[in-house]
Design a protein around this ligand. Structure first.
Ligand SMILES: NC(=O)C1=CN([C@@H]2O[C@H](COP(=O)(O)OP(=O)(O)OC[C@H]3O[C@@H](n4cnc5c(N)ncnc54)[C@H](OP(=O)(O)O)[C@@H]3O)[C@@H](O)[C@H]2O)C=CC1
Ligand SMILES: O=C(O)[C@@H]1CCC=N1
Length: 281
């Protein structure tokens, strides 16, 4: 955080795109106290999602070039959908050589980002490819990032400090980002489906919906925290819940019968393959 506090007031941070991911990152940065609203500027295609940001003291615009010019000494997060990227790429030149660009777009490689925005001269620009997830909004996100070898240590430290505000952060080789996208980027949606389905099961067996949802969410949170805090393998923790001849092993048998593990493996594999496809579209 030192790198951020020393830059505070001066550092301008722009977001191109004001949707689910941009607003989660903004919430995380503000919640951590890493930045002040006055340091932020956000652009979108329309004003729809900008009005709420203005109410929180954040500058907004529908002009990406204006944003990029204001952030030419700062950081610009690229938070549009991958199919929108080619249309906005040429404008990035207005950010100039001193800006640090951080893309969160699924599938779009550093090579493609730099070629479409800067031609062949990636060595003249600072670019980071990140994959965050929306639980960043509540300080429980995961975020990985990959960088070009030409990125300076100072720029990398700035990116790591900003992305560290989202939750767990790791640097990875770029070839791992599609798998991370499929696991952690998309993963919250798999778990929301699981929570809803667990609650449905309990409702089917007679629990009121609100109690069922509260118990399902807390059970997922509790199990995740056990994996993180005990350091035990999930299989061992599972065994500790399964009494011989008891209820849990009967439930686990049903999960196996319905291909639960296979479904999750297929979900991650399918999402990673889709990330690869997105990069080629
Ligand atoms: N959602 C998630 O969980 C995650 C998403 N990502 C990545 O984040 C990126 C954004 O996703 P998400 O936030 O969900 O998408 P959203 O659809 O919620 O937001 C996209 C934003 O882009 C804006 N936009 C569209 N065209 C332009 C343009 N020409 N200039 C400026 N802004 C524009 C939209 O404006 P308007 O509001 O006017 O429509 C909108 O605010 C994607 O690339 C995705 O791969 C990565 C990790 C997780
Ligand atoms: O569904 C998507 O493509 C994006 C990337 C990861 C999460 N949402």
């Amino acid at each position: 955080m030192e790198v951020l506090s020393s830059n505070k007031e001066k550092l301008k941070i722009g977001f191109i795109g004001a949707g689910n991911m941009a607003s989660a990152i903004i919430a995380a940065l503000l919640k951590k106290g890493a930045v002040a609203p006055e340091q932020l500027i956000v652009s979108a295609r329309t004003d729809t999602r900008l009005a709420e940001l203005r109410q929180r003291g954040i500058a907004t615009t529908t002009d990406n070039v204006a944003l990029l010019k204001q952030c030419s000494d700062g950081v610009v997060f690229l938070c549009v959908k991958p199919h929108v990227w080619p249309a906005i790429a040429p404008a990035l030149m207005y950010g100039g050589r001193r800006a640090l660009f951080i893309s969160v777009m699924a599938g779009v490689s550093i090579q493609k980002l730099s070629q479409q925005a800067f031609g062949e001269r990636i060595d003249l620009f600072s670019l980071v490819r990140a994959m965050p997830n929306t639980p960043a909004r509540v300080g429980e996100g995961c975020c990985v990032y990959a960088v070009e070898s030409v990125l300076s240590a100072e720029r990398k430290a700035l990116a790591a400090a900003l992305l560290g505000c989202l939750g767990l952060v790791r640097e990875v080789p770029e070839q791992q980002i599609d798998a991370v996208t499929a696991l952690a980027g998309s993963g919250p949606a798999y778990i929301y489906v699981a929570i809803e389905a667990l609650a449905d099961g309990a409702v089917k067996m007679g629990l009121p919906r609100d109690l069922a949802l509260a118990l399902a969410a807390q059970t997922v949170r509790g199990a995740a925290t056990m994996v993180q805090e005990t350091g035990k393998h999930p299989a061992q923790l599972k065994d500790e819940v399964c009494s011989p001849g008891g209820t849990t092993i009967a439930g686990i048998h049903k999960l196996e019968e319905h291909g639960f593990r296979n479904a999750l493996i297929c979900a991650v594999e399918g999402a990673a393959l889709r990330a690869k496809e997105l990069g080629q579209e």
